[in-house]
Design a protein around this ligand. Sequence first.
Ligand SMILES: [Fe+2]
Length: 462
Amino acid sequence: MKIVGFFIVFVLPGSLGFSQSGTGSVIPTAESGTIHSIIWGLLGIAVVTLLVLGMRKFLLSKNRALAQESLRYREKNDELVQANERLNTIYGELQKAYQDFGELLERFESIVEVLSKVGNNELDEKSFFGLFLGAALKIIPIANYGTVSLIMDHEWRFIAVEGYDGERLMVLRLPEENIRHIYEVTVVDALYDRYERDIDESVRDPLKEAVKPFKQSLLTPFIVDGKFYGTMALDIARENEATFTDGMKKVMTAFSKIASAFLAFKRQSVSQGKFQKNIILSLVRALEYYDRYTRGHSERVARIASLLAEAAGLDRESIRKIYWASLVHDVGKIYVPQLILNKAGKLTEEEFEEIRKHPGKSYEIIKETEGMDEIAQMVRHHHERWDGTGYPDRFIAEEIPISSRIITIADAYDAMTSERPYRKSIRKASVIEEFRRTSGTQFDPRLTNLFIGIISRTDFQE
Ligand SMILES: [Fe+2]
């Protein structure tokens, strides 16, 4: 602009005919007056044009700058919109994760609650399995209904129900053979539709009335020491689209271990509780007052039989039962006249006959206690012989329960090594000799071999 101004003021007038006097003043002529007017007019136009052009250029450059600025703002805005969208997505994901976490936490809490009850002696099976079923339905929320049924006295009983008519189901008694024993978590289709074929006529209708139609079941067995105790069934309603997945089977496989642990604990503590010290030891002690020669015998037999059972590779529960069975194996002697039991001389055949009744009597006493059937059986056969000539049932070889065969050996060992009215105890070498002689006739040969190994290494009388 400065260059344009210089051109207008100093260059243009000279070139268009302005002359300067010697004194320096400018004197116009008549002709030059018109020219001057034109020149000034042109100058005015040029100045205005230049000004307009300058303004235009200025405005254009400003406009460009504004357009660039606006573009930058738009880009920034787009970035902000995208960032906002990302934030919204992240927020949504966080919300979902939080919700999932909340559900997970709730499931986890229900599992922990069930777990915490496993060792609770006060809690009965019904309450425990109520909690267990509730937790299972939280873990597998696609299931609509659920039941827990256990085998009791060779019958199926429902002890926990969700979604069906619990009151009606819990009074039903299904024959044990109506329900398949399973040993792993299994998905079964259309069990409901197979009631006609699978369920006994006597209970079919009440069962159908108490449940609702379901299309698929996730069956979780309760197994303790390889034995089947019952099942939890989670069912999907017929109208529901969902189905059980392999992942759910795995979850239930792990979860079922809690129930098995509870059952193991409960069954053990029930048999222990009903059987334990107060009643049994007092019975044993009463017997020992009655028969002075058995004093301490039962406890020694229990200890020795446990060692042999362990050497034979039996599990802890079996060893525990053998211990208790050994403690009570002779309680039936309470029925044998005291004169016979404490007789110092040789017994007559009739007197032996009386003594032979004691395993049967022991069995009758013990089986009266609920949950003691197995121990009663062990006791009943502790005078059977491997060759089948023992009593009371003349069982032969492996017909005799292994636990009874173990007690027989421990019983005989203690009899040989204790003072009896009719003979003195015999020495270890003779005891081993006696077991070798009678192995395979009186005693199980495999157990006898194991036992000879034990007595060679141990002195029970120490
Ligand atoms: Fe006996």
